[in-house]
Ligand binder design. Structure first.
Ligand SMILES: C[S@@+](CC[C@H](N)C(=O)[O-])C[C@H]1O[C@@H](n2cnc3c(N)ncnc32)[C@H](O)[C@@H]1O
Length: 230
């Protein structure tokens, strides 16, 4: 199933439970450079007054963003509800049709969402529209080899990363890539199985390897930091 399949997206995001269980620190232990911290640093550098988290999901990162005005949007009602429970000003909206005027934000964040858009060019155009001139885009995605130790062992072809460098270069005047490497350790097979079960809509059923435990994977992420012309 494609990552932008409408039926899959509706089923997957009908509840925030699987997304929340895929956070590596829920079933395992994280160490190293966390991509979220790098993203938060890239947001803070711009010293924004107005930030949009587009495809904010459960709002776990959104609520960490420090700015006078932070808004999240998501296409899934369950995500908007969960983000609101976390105190986020979250609204139900699709990235392709954002309910904001031109230039409404200093920073637009869009982590692990672009691959869900049927027309990613149109989505990025809309994100650029709501950014002010000289505004900043921040987006976390996976690089090739992300968690390959796990995907190899479960014979699943999910270690291919998403490369948005060329796409972003078509819409922004400057694009920077900040790569992070982190590690996740699962103590037991049951813990890793719980993590894999959270991918059932995305990847189908997967069985955790019998050994070795603790099981360690490398988390290879890329934080795209792009700017519109001033
Ligand atoms: C993998 S989750 C990432 C959530 C969050 N950004 C994070 O990093 O935890 C993808 C999110 O994008 C949302 N989404 C998918 N397509 C969307 C669209 N066209 N417009 C807005 N949100 C969308 C989903 O509902 C889901 O919450």
């Amino acid at each position: 199933v494609s990552a932008s399949d409408p039926g899959m997206l509706v089923r997957e995001y009908a509840t925030s439970e699987r997304l929340e269980r895929r956070r590596h620190d829920v079933t395992g232990w994280l160490r190293g450079e966390e991509a979220w911290s790098e993203a938060l640093a890239a947001i803070a550098e711009a010293r924004p007054s107005r930030v949009l988290d587009a495809g904010c999901g459960d709002g776990r990162l959104t609520r960490e963003i420090a700015a006078p005005r932070v808004v999240g949007v998501d296409a899934a009602a369950a995500m908007v509800e969960r983000a609101r429970e976390r105190g986020v000003d979250a609204r139900l909206a699709r990235i392709e049709e954002l309910p904001f005027p031109d230039g409404a934000f200093d920073v637009v964040v869009c982590n692990w969402v672009l691959y869900h858009l049927p027309d990613v060019e149109a989505g990025v155009r809309e994100l650029v529209r709501v950014l002010r001139p000289g505004g900043r885009f921040v987006g976390v995605y996976n690089r090739n080899g992300h968690m390959e130790e796990l995907w190899t062992r479960v014979h699943a072809p999910y270690a291919d990363g998403d490369d948005y460098g060329d796409l972003l270069a078509r819409h922004f005047s400057r694009v920077e890539e900040r790569d992070t490497d982190a590690y996740t350790l699962w103590q037991t097979r049951a813990d890793l199985q719980e993590f894999l079960d959270a991918f059932v809509e995305l990847h189908g059923p997967l069985e955790a390897p019998g050994e070795p435990y603790p099981f360690t994977v490398t988390r290879r992420n890329r934080v795209y930091v792009a700017e519109t012309a001033a």
